[in-house]
Design a protein around this ligand. Structure first.
Ligand SMILES: [Zn+2]
Length: 264
């Protein structure tokens, strides 16, 4: 009788058994829910689900105007809103931090590999669906997506949010999760911590002066994980806070604003 029961269940599913909430825009994150176990793909990429059928779609800074979503047998075209990006000029950086030499490039390549490995770690359940807390108190000194001009040379766009704060100010985990990277000294980002929050979403905290967590450690939302610093490529003390979905960088500010306010 089992095949018949399964067939009836499939017939009973409505055509659009998916709900999407959030900001469908460049740098944005959308939360979806469908029947647990459904195969979900975004532009051909596998999308992980939790056991309640929650999933996340992330859109990069330069995402195309449309994306293709498949949920089970259904497919739909999503319209992704375009955003305007600022230009940020930073002068006075040590020349080697703007144009690395070959030995430094080898080190950077290895560090990028470690970050990519860390981003592959996906755990469930999702811990960020009820919202993110502020990682550090301070003034926003750099926004996501801005085109960077360093010592007069165009470089990669800014991949997170900078919060200016004094050296030693506490840095908090924006949501509960598992530490996927705790690096003592990366070329660009200095002391760096990454935390997995489930469904492919991770946060990164860079330029720290102190790290209080270890690889694989579980942390609670708001827990102090380290302190603000100026390690790596930084002109002054600040927290660089990043958010990603798989290998897609997201805008921490707009994503936070689109999620519920956490009750703490
Ligand atoms: Zn930054």
């Amino acid at each position: 009788m089992r095949p018949l029961v399964l067939l009836l269940a499939l017939v009973a599913v409505p055509a659009q058994a998916v709900e999407l909430t959030g900001r469908m825009e460049q740098g944005g994150l959308v939360i979806g829910q469908t029947r647990p176990g459904t195969e979900v793909r975004l532009d051909g990429r596998d999308v992980p689900l939790d056991d309640q059928g929650h999933f996340v779609l992330g859109f990069s800074r330069d995402a195309a105007a449309t994306a293709h979503l498949q949920v089970g047998g259904q497919s739909q075209t999503l319209a992704v809103a375009k955003r305007d990006w600022q230009i940020q000029r930073i002068d006075g950086l040590p020349p080697a931090k703007v144009t690395p030499d070959p030995a430094q490039l080898a080190r950077i390549t290895e560090e990028n590999r470690q970050v990519a490995e860390a981003r592959k770690k996906v755990t469930t359940p999702a811990t960020f669906l009820d919202g993110l807390v502020t990682p550090a108190e301070g003034v926003i000194s750099g926004v996501f997506g801005s085109q960077r001009v360093l010592n007069g040379e165009a470089r990669a766009p800014h991949s997170g949010t900078d919060v200016a704060a004094p050296v030693g100010a506490p840095v908090h985990a924006v949501a509960a999760g598992t530490v996927t990277l705790a690096h003592p000294d990366m070329y660009f980002t200095g002391q760096t911590v990454m935390i997995d929050h489930g469904l492919g979403v991770q946060s990164v905290y860079a330029h720290l002066s102190r790290t209080d967590v270890k690889l694989g450690q579980t942390v609670g939302q708001g827990q102090v994980i380290g302190a603000v610093g100026a390690s790596g490529r930084a002109t002054g003390p600040h927290l660089h806070w990043g958010l990603s979905w798989q290998d897609v960088r997201l805008d921490p500010q707009t994503v936070s604003a689109a999620l519920p306010k956490p009750t703490q």
